[in-house]
Design a protein around this ligand. Structure first.
Ligand code: TXA
Ligand code: MG
Length: 301
């Protein structure tokens, strides 16, 4: 079944039921060696899932759970190879959405859930997106309304060495650094298998061109003159380009993050061939928006 979280919708299975977990990989079309996040009702439920829960994990859990933060920790006996992709670590998160909170409390266990989209595509932020992507491959969708954060959780690796940022997300890195009183390391993507960090990911169907803000209108006009059906992903009040359609992302970073995926889907549904956009600053929630746009623009296999 698919479940709502505050970040994006997840494709859920009882994390200790190996058959159910394998079904997730089949439906998503995701390589089985790519690990899943285990969702729990509360931090105390981490017992058994992890071998150790270091003080920095305690501090982060106390400050930010339930919320858009995933912690990678040394795995415990409850974490199977099906969930961890055979790694010695497990990714854990306590989501904030009340429906999924209730489901977790009633289940009394962990729910393994990747984003409920086909592998490599944009994550769903409404029940309608999930149905549109996965069709009848998903039987039940718990409709919890539109996701309040709108992009995936921030992933922090606390399993070895200094805390490292594996994926920027719905919790700004600055808030984590402030709490830990130290900067986060940036882990190289080839050190650990994280599909969200493959160069091409979170991609709309339309090709995405990233340009400097001052180049936006010029580039869009050039693509229009080549006969392309062009969408401009920009700010309200920016100059319009004849023949291109402007899709506005809000000025406020929280709203921008919340609306990014839905807007990319709208552009796809309207049949645009190319999207022209610039990147927001590498700070706060915009770091995640920037990351997703960069990956969406990367060359595709
Ligand atoms: O907000 C979210 O995190 C959403 C909602 C549904 O909770 N979930 C999500 O799942 O984005 P998914 O599978 O699309 O991305 C999970 C990321 C993947 O990049 C995966 O490789 C990484 O977490 N991950 C899982 N276990 C890991 C581990 N043991 N070590 C490093 N990365 C891990
Ligand atoms: Mg995903």
């Amino acid at each position: 079944m698919a479940v709502p979280t505050e970040t994006v919708y997840g494709l859920a299975a009882d994390a200790q039921n190996e058959l159910a977990v394998r079904r997730i990989f089949a439906v998503k079309g995701r390589p089985s060696t790519h690990p899943l996040i285990v969702h729990l009702a509360q931090a105390t439920d981490c017992a058994g899932w992890v071998r150790e829960f270091p003080p920095e994990a305690e501090a982060l859990a106390r400050a930010f759970w339930p919320g858009p933060l995933t912690l990678v920790l040394p795995r415990g006996e409850k974490a199977t190879d099906a969930v961890t992709g055979g790694q010695d670590t497990v990714a854990l998160r306590v989501p904030a959405h009340p429906l999924t909170q209730e489901l977790l409390t009633r289940l009394g266990g962990g729910i393994a859930a990747p984003s409920a989209n086909r592998f490599g595509r944009v994550s769903p932020t409404t029940a309608g997106h999930v149905r549109g992507d996965l069709g009848n491959d998903v039987e039940f969708i718990l409709d919890g309304g539109p996701c309040s954060v709108g992009l995936e959780s921030t992933i922090i690796d606390l399993s070895h060495g200094a805390p490292a940022l594996l994926r920027p997300g719905g919790l700004p890195k600055e808030e984590i650094e402030q709490l830990l009183h130290r900067p986060l390391a940036l882990r190289q993507t080839d050190e650990v298998r994280v599909p969200g960090t493959l160069p091409s990911h979170y991609a709309p169907r339309a090709g995405l061109f990233l340009v400097e803000p001052g180049e936006l209108t010029h580039r869009a006009a050039a693509l229009v003159s080549q006969g392309k059906k062009v969408a401009v992903l920009g700010r309200s009040g920016m100059p319009l380009v004849a023949g291109a359609v402007l899709f506005v992302l809000p000025d406020e970073p929280g709203a921008r993050a919340r609306e990014l995926y839905g807007t990319l889907r709208k552009i796809d549904e309207a049949g645009f061939e190319v999207i022209v956009s610039s990147l927001p600053a590498a700070e706060g929630l915009d770091l995640a928006v920037r990351d997703r746009l960069t990956r969406a623009a990367a060359p595709r296999p």
